[in-house]
Design a protein around this ligand. Sequence first.
Ligand code: LLP
Length: 427
Amino acid sequence: MSFTYRMGVLHADDVALPAIAEAVGTPFYCYSATLIAHRYRAFAQALADLSPTICFALKANGNQAVVRTLADLGAGADVVSEGELFRAIAAGVPPSRIVFSGVGKTKAEIRTALEHGIWQLNAESLPELDALSEVATALGRTAQIVLRVNPDVDAKTHAKISTGKKENKFGIDWDHVRDAYARAAALPGVEPLGLAVHIGSQLNDLAPFRAAFTKLAEMVAALRADGHTVSRLDLGGGLGVSYRGDAPPDLAGYARIVRETVGGLGCHLAFEPGRWMVADAGVLVARTTYVKDGTTRRFLILDAAMNDLIRPALYEAWHEIRPVREPAADATIAPVDVVGPVCETGDTFAVGRPMPPVEAGDLVAFMNAGAYGAVMASTYNARPLLAEVMVRAERFAVVRPRQTIAEMIAADRLPPWIEAPAAPGAD
Ligand code: LLP
């Protein structure tokens, strides 16, 4: 689709990746606006009969060009910090389509969100309910909230990205939900409109969604029986993508589960997809610095490292690594360890990965890197934040220039008790 070999070279839409490497250097992220739009439309279409609010989870990719591409198609935003709130607003997402989630919203963040009149705040605990009430009352406003509940459902995904079990920090304990809702209904300054649930990320098995949404529907019935109004359900994100060529989760199947479990409750539905919208629409392109043969292993040492793409180090995540120059059909496939230059053994992208021959100077592309890639990058080992590029059809544009070393250093300040170093050349 958007990332294919043409005439022996990997392209993003109609642009050859080596042409971008020539222009911006390596490593860089490259996003396809075409594929992002395609994904958004597919999601919106699959759920169209439910007229939902689709809030792109900015944590997956907060680049202004990406968020703006989605906002132009009608997407809202799911944000988890004041920074993401401002990123969403700056990219043109109307506050009337912004949801603020997260377990630790500070009073300052709550105030900012209320001042901007966002659509919904998701409360995740009793102390947070009190904070919401206090801040909203002081502002003379009513916060439209939903309670994020923890349904104690196993998402069957990586432990570090599971959020819906009772031992996870997220959401209000299932057994406390009715009391919390009653409390919210009684508090000044807040108006509880419904419930939110997000059980984890990268779900490829749809069964946990069914389990969670079924429990949610039961809770809606219980709350209504308690005499409350429940008019809104936020079903979170979590829909997985295919990193290893396995069958991707079925969007139509997901939509069917939604319809069957909560579709008939008369609630307005919201969704917070992140990864599904953008993961497949991005690649990380790196250049091979050396091919090093050890006694037992061959290492491809790239100019990208764990600071640029941390998913393999943090979650043992698997990303397909493709040579940008198409390998010959009869190329010998041999195992290599693909690593970066950072001084940590954990700076390893793949171990024993069967790969066609790659030589020093060759470009490789990490596939499905559009979500949780650039947003999780750091400057560890004093490696400047990398460049981000967007393509659409035959055009490409830098959507974040590579940070310069000078910019990186200039972010630091000396305390007043240290004399600034003499300017070079000064006596
Ligand atoms: N809503 C809430 C409340 C969330 O916590 C998340 C993700 C999402 C929506 C979006 O989920 P998605 O549709 O992207 O699965 N850095 C990890 C993923 C962390 C996900 C955190 N929460 C990774 O690289 O796999």
